[in-house]
Structures are given as C-alpha cells and as structure tokens.
Write a protein that binds this ligand. Structure first.
Ligand SMILES: Cc1cc2nc3c(=O)[nH]c(=O)nc-3n(C[C@H](O)[C@H](O)[C@H](O)COP(=O)(O)O)c2cc1C
Length: 199
C-alpha cells in the first residue's frame, strides 16, 4: 500500500472509531431512563443511591443518572421513565431538602415508576416512615410505585423500599443493605422497561 492508501485507511479507521463512540453517547428512543435523586450530608444515602444505580444499570437498555436534590431539574423529571428518591431520616420523616425538592416538582409524573430508600441512625428511628412519606407523594403525583420483589431477592418478607441503619445501632451500611438497594434499583428498571414495552 502506498502512503496515500495508508493515510486514507488511517482516516477511515479513526472515523469508524469516532462514529462508534458517538453512537454509544446517544441513547436510542427505546432507552429506559432511571433517575435517582437523593439528599446526603454525610455520605450514607449517597452510598445507598450508588448501589441502587448499580442495580438499575445491570438491566439491559437502561440508562441511569444520579443527581442530588439540588441538581435535579424539572426537565430531568420529565425525561425519566422511573424515579428513585433517597433521603436520610430526619426526625422520623424525609429530610427537609427532600421535601423541598418534592414540593418544587412541577411535572405530572403519572405513568412513571417510583421507589424510595432511606438511611437512619437508629433501628426504630423512622426510616420506613421516611420511605412511606416519599411513596405517598409519588402516589399523589400519579406514579406507579414499586417495592422490592422479595421472592426474587430471597428475603422472607417484603418492605416498602430500602431502609438502612447507619448509626449507633448498626454502624455503617452493611452488605445486606447495599444488596437490597441494588435489587430495588434492578426491580425499578425492570418494571419501567416492561411498562414502556407494554404501551
Ligand atoms: C437533623 C437530623 C435528624 C435526624 N433524625 C433521625 C431520626 O429521626 N431517626 C434516625 O434513625 N436517624 C436520624 N438522624 C440520623 C441520620 O438519618 C443518619 O445519620 C443518616 O444516615 C444520614 O444520612 P447521610 O449520611 O446521607 O446524610 C438524624 C440526623 C440529623 C442530622
């Protein structure tokens, strides 16, 4: 091959590589979008959000984005197929920044799948109330609420979402709590994908 042929080949190879990268960045219209919005001051709820994101990402054709309550916009809410909200438990309920985020929502979220998770310092400190308060707002906004699939996850009983203890009763998030968050993320993505496919 002469030097012009080699140069043309090199140009072709780099164009193909560029096109491959570009198509990987542009999601198809069939892509199911899971948005995870959370508030976290000391990192616990963020770690649970990351585990939920990992689970959702494990479902093929699903794109996941994670945003704090300060970063997420109404456009993000409109664009998603499923929304997971995570909150630290503050005085037995969702934290004020999460409540402000929910109260500031403008889009009608009907036909979107929703789920919630919370961390809390103590065993009986109200983590499930925090989860339920988020789910109540989702139901009020017409969302289809999904809880963990306890048969698939191998747990004996179901729960409202994921509630992890981080304080004196059980310091730090443990592997079982992170696994529950991954499974909830996976479930939300699966339900959203099935629902999108049925429309
Ligand atoms: C103002 C405030 C109120 C809290 N109230 C509760 C509570 O009612 N129940 C509980 O279990 N933990 C409570 N906690 C502990 C947090 O929920 C817990 O540390 C949580 O994991 C923090 O999440 P983060 O690391 O994502 O910020 C409270 C913490 C703060 C700062």
């Amino acid at each position: 091959m002469n030097k012009f042929g080699a140069a043309s080949l090199a140009a072709l190879v780099s164009m193909v590589a560029w096109a491959g990268q570009a198509s990987a960045m542009i999601s198809s219209p069939d892509t199911v979008r899971v948005l995870i919005v959370y508030h976290s001051e000391t990192g616990n709820t963020e770690a649970l959000a990351e585990a939920a994101a990992e689970g959702a990402r494990s479902v093929e054709g699903v794109e996941v984005s994670m945003k704090t309550v300060d970063e997420a916009t109404n456009a993000d809410l409109e664009a998603c197929d499923a929304l997971m909200i995570g909150s630290p438990t503050y005085w037995g309920s969702m934290s004020t920044p999460v409540k402000q985020f929910i109260d500031g929502q403008r889009p009608f979220m009907g036909d979107k799948v929703g789920a919630a998770f919370a961390t809390g310092g103590s065993d009986g400190g109200g983590k499930e109330l925090a989860v339920l308060s988020i789910l109540a707002a989702m139901l009020n906004n017409g969302m289809i609420v999904a809880g963990p699939h306890y048969e698939e996850s191998g747990f004996r009983f179901g729960s409202f979402g994921v509630a992890a203890t981080t304080g004196v009763d059980s310091p730090g998030l443990d592997e079982a709590e992170l696994r529950r968050a991954r499974l909830l993320g996976e479930r939300v993505a699966t339900v959203a994908k099935r629902y999108r496919g049925s429309k």
